[in-house]
Ligand binder design. Structure first.
Ligand code: G6Q
Length: 555
């Protein structure tokens, strides 16, 4: 594995970029801004209510031209068409990748393998609409005849992060009488906490699992099912309190959920791209089907922008290519997502999965080594909290991490001055990371504050900021369903573009599959010692320690 760009494995544009990077050296962003007064206005793009300022990246017009060329040579346009048209671009799983079809409006058609997918998509959408309306108006009744007050989504990974993130983001649109809960962790704590707060007579469980074989989800679902039956005193209660979202009708039925209460989706919807499918059921329950349609419409608007806008004005492509520049030519190992809006607090975790599971790959589609770095470590927290925690490293650490600052323009009707403080902080941080602070500035500042010369000399190295640290500033007009749809789809396509340039399959996840397989084996070994699954000495000792502990507790 190479540790940085490996020109020998790459085409001439990649090599030109490597040479261009060497030429640029550590040329400071301050100098780039000073040399070009129009830089800020030239390096911005806008679409679907999203505004992007990317001028604080360590790039010139030449860098961008080369990056666009790289994307063209990677066949971005052809790959995009192939994805939208339903070609089986997920080659290792022989699947099409059609989350974009899920947000197409009614009245359009999409024929894949001679079948119009929109008929099935719209049929499920309609069933979800009818079911969610019943729950929301209180006509879907629990076993004792009372309406639903609490919804518990049991799922993990792609069957959890998307609906959870969206439900948090769109709380102002929430039905006032429905509380949403999400259970993903299998440690027992999360399900226990939820079950201790809800009433069995008024709680609806959604078991969300594409495969319906995921150990964590099924363990939690079985616990919830037993809890309900114990309290209802009748297994028939399951039909009023459990629905499933899955592609696996047989397993749903084996679990004991009537498939009449199952909402399906299809193998061409990847888990981390599934919130637009029936996996979005918690969102529909929370905000209603009309609002959910607005979320889909926002994503569809971004799909259209991505599909049709020239690269030079294409938001997802620009962000993707800047990301590759930072990762492969400037050696940035990580990338920070810093939303300046509390309701986006789960966005970094959501994007972490989207990016790292999609592009955390070392081989290309043809199985050969990718020859450069791919997905960076994606991390972050709401930016304002980050400023009082990890931003120290961003400003003065030995490694740099590019940042996406995400702001929402609309001021809330209530406490609008808070919005101004948050916005000011966001802009100030991006400026500080870019500008830095020189020794001269530090000395002048301390002198003005009356600090003695000797102390100034000691403190200068600690108070200097190198600057030249890149960031994007992304401004969303308002955090409503449409706006959120555009934002999520923007990042989906950004991930896609990077995958195309690197030549990897962004839509499989063999690493996740491995975890699922190994855990099942170890689980057997924790119960009974056998020689069936040989382990290394460390793993074997940990398993044995657990078994001994369990025996002691039982004794
Ligand atoms: C997503 C991944 C993974 C998946 C979970 C849950 O792209 O494949 O996060 O969503 O492992 O899988 P199930 O939905 O099948 O339970």
């Amino acid at each position: 594995m190479t540790t940085s760009a490996n020109p020998s494995a790459k085409n001439s544009t990649w090599q030109a970029l490597t040479a261009h990077r060497a030429e640029l050296g550590d040329h400071h962003l301050n100098a780039l801004f000073a040399a070009d007064p129009a830089r800020a206005t030239r390096m911005q793009a806008e679409a679907c209510g999203l505004f992007l300022d990317y001028s604080k990246n360590r790039v010139t017009a030449d860098t961008l031209a080369l990056m666009f060329q790289l994307a063209r040579e990677a066949g971005l346009s052809e790959r995009t068409t192939a994805m939208f048209d339903g070609a089986r671009i997920n080659t290792t799983e022989r699947r099409a990748v059609l989350h974009t079809a899920l947000r197409r409006p009614a009245g359009t058609s999409l024929t894949v393998d001679g079948q119009d997918l929109m008929t099935d998509i719209l049929a499920v959408r309609e069933r979800i609409r009818r079911f969610s309306e019943q729950v929301r108006v209180g006509s879907w009744l629990g076993y004792s005849g009372r309406p639903i007050t609490d919804v518990v989504n049991i799922g993990i990974g792609g069957s959890d992060l998307g609906p959870l993130m969206v439900c948090e983001a769109l709380k102002p649109y929430a039905h006032p009488g429905l509380r949403m809960h999400f259970v993903s962790n299998v440690d027992g704590v999360q399900i226990d906490d939820v079950l201790n707060t809800v009433n069995p007579q008024t709680t609806l469980f959604i078991v969300a699992s594409k495969t319906f074989t995921t150990q964590e989800t099924l363990t939690n679902a079985h616990t919830a099912r037993s809890w309900l039956i114990d309290r209802a005193g009748d297994e028939a209660a399951v039909a009023r309190h459990f629905v499933a979202v899955s592609t696996n009708a047989e397993a749903v039925s084996r679990f004991g959920i009537d498939t009449a209460n199952m909402f399906g989706f299809w193998d061409w919807v990847g888990g981390r791209y599934s919130l637009w499918s029936a996996i979005g059921l918690p969102v529909v329950l929370q905000i209603g089907a009309d609002r959910f349609d607005e979320l889909l419409a926002g994503a569809h608007a971004m799909d259209e922008h991505f599909r049709t806008a020239p690269l030079e004005r294409n938001l997802p492509a620009i962000m993707a290519l800047l990301g590759i520049w930072n990762i492969d030519f400037l050696d940035a190992p990580t990338h920070v997502i810093a939303p300046y809006h509390q309701r986006l607090h789960r966005l970094p975790a959501y994007l972490q999965q989207l990016d790292m599971e999609s592009n955390g790959k070392s081989v290309k589609l043809d199985g050969t080594p990718v020859g450069c770095h791919t997905s960076p470590v994606i991390w972050g927290e709401p930016g304002i909290n980050g400023q009082h925690a990890y931003f120290q490293m961003l400003h003065q650490g030995t490694r740099f991490a590019p940042v996406d600052f995400i702001g929402v323009m609309e001021r809330p009707a209530h406490l609008g001055h808070h919005h101004r403080v948050a916005f000011a902080n966001m802009v100030a941080q991006a400026e500080a990371l870019m500008r830095g602070k020189s020794a001269t500035e530090v000395a002048a500042e301390m002198r003005a504050a009356g600090v003695v010369e000797e102390r100034i000399d000691t403190l200068i190295p600690h108070r200097v900021f190198p600057g030249n640290r890149p960031s994007n500033t992304l401004l969303l007009e308002r955090l409503d369903p449409f706006g959120l749809g555009t934002l999520i789809a923007l990042y989906e396509h950004r991930t896609f573009v990077q995958g195309v340039v690197w030549g990897v399959n962004s839509f499989d996840q063999w690493g996740v599959e491995l975890g699922k397989q190994l855990a099942a084996r170890v689980l057997d070994d924790l119960a009974v010692a056998t020689d069936a699954n040989p382990h290394d000495a460390s793993t074997a000792a940990l398993i044995e320690r657990y078994r001994q502990h369990t025996r002691q507790v039982a004794d």
